[in-house]
Design a protein around this ligand. Structure first.
Ligand code: ACM
Length: 261
């Protein structure tokens, strides 16, 4: 299975241009599964609810979802992409999974980072795993990385690949994701972005270095700090063996009676 990410400089508020850039990258490389950054169509640094309202869209009927579904159909690829979702009176920092046959699922970011808490409602639909035939796919978004429970829950639900759209600004996630992959024996694809956003006195610089990690915690591919589509060939079945020694199984050995969660 050929899986990868698209890392690029998202321009705040320029949905059409951001989506067009993704479409150009998809043309360049054949893949079965591609992961895009968090909020890939809108940009990140919202300074008002009005701004967010103008950029957020219903899922899956909004323009971005429909365009991604068409791209997935045309290029026979599954796509995970982060976008601002509008649902009634609420806004969610969401990720959608679409494929050649249409919309598959939506994850709403559960652990909101910093000022996201001003605009977004925390996710309310849990961590779900979707079977796309070639593999079972889990989604989490950016700051979810610091809660090991997020990746663990997805792995316990059977995810082979954790798709991780991100807009990282702190320096620790890439290293932490090696452990998330190793402790759960899952592949992870962290699709980060690059670029700097300024909005009403605030500035954020996104750190790039997107990566794909194996169930053994090895980096299979990593980007630097430039615009890139990278894919690697993986065998999702390797993520189904949870043994770490002949006498240890990551899941069967869990002593959940001693965990206070
Ligand atoms: C983040 O969760 N976007 C840092």
């Amino acid at each position: 299975m050929q899986v990868g990410f698209i890392q690029f400089k998202v321009f705040f508020g320029q949905k059409k241009e951001n989506i067009e850039k993704v479409a150009e990258f998809i043309l360049k490389k054949k893949a079965d599964l591609l992961v895009l950054p968090e909020l890939f169509n809108s940009g990140y640094l919202f300074c008002s609810l009005r701004e967010l309202h103008a950029l957020a869209e219903p899922v899956p009927d909004g323009m971005t979802s429909r365009t991604l579904i068409q791209l997935a159909r045309d290029h026979h690829v599954f796509i995970v992409a982060g976008l601002p979702e509008r649902a009634g009176m609420n806004y969610y920092n969401s990720a959608i999974l679409v494929g050649p046959n249409g919309f598959i699922g939506c994850y709403r970011k559960i652990h909101l980072f910093d000022t996201e808490k001003k605009w977004f409602t925390p996710g309310d639909n849990g961590f779900a795993v979707f079977d796309i035939g070639m593999a079972k796919i889990g989604m989490m978004i950016c700051f979810d990385w610091i809660f090991p429970e997020a990746a663990r829950t997805l792995a316990l639900k059977g995810a082979d690949i954790i798709c991780h759209p991100s807009n990282l600004v702190l320096p620790w996630c890439q290293k932490a994701m090696l452990t998330r992959s190793l402790e759960n024996a899952v592949y992870s694809i962290t699709a980060n972005r690059i670029g700097t956003e300024h909005n009403e006195g605030a500035t954020l610089t996104f750190t790039g270095h997107s990566q794909i990690v194996s169930p053994k915690g090895e980096v299979l591919a990593a980007a630097a700090h430039d615009e890139k589509i990278i894919t690697v060939d993986i065998d999702p079945v390797l993520a189904r063996d949870k043994k770490i020694t002949p006498n240890n199984d990551r899941f069967a050995d869990r002593r959940s009676e001693f965990y206070e969660i």
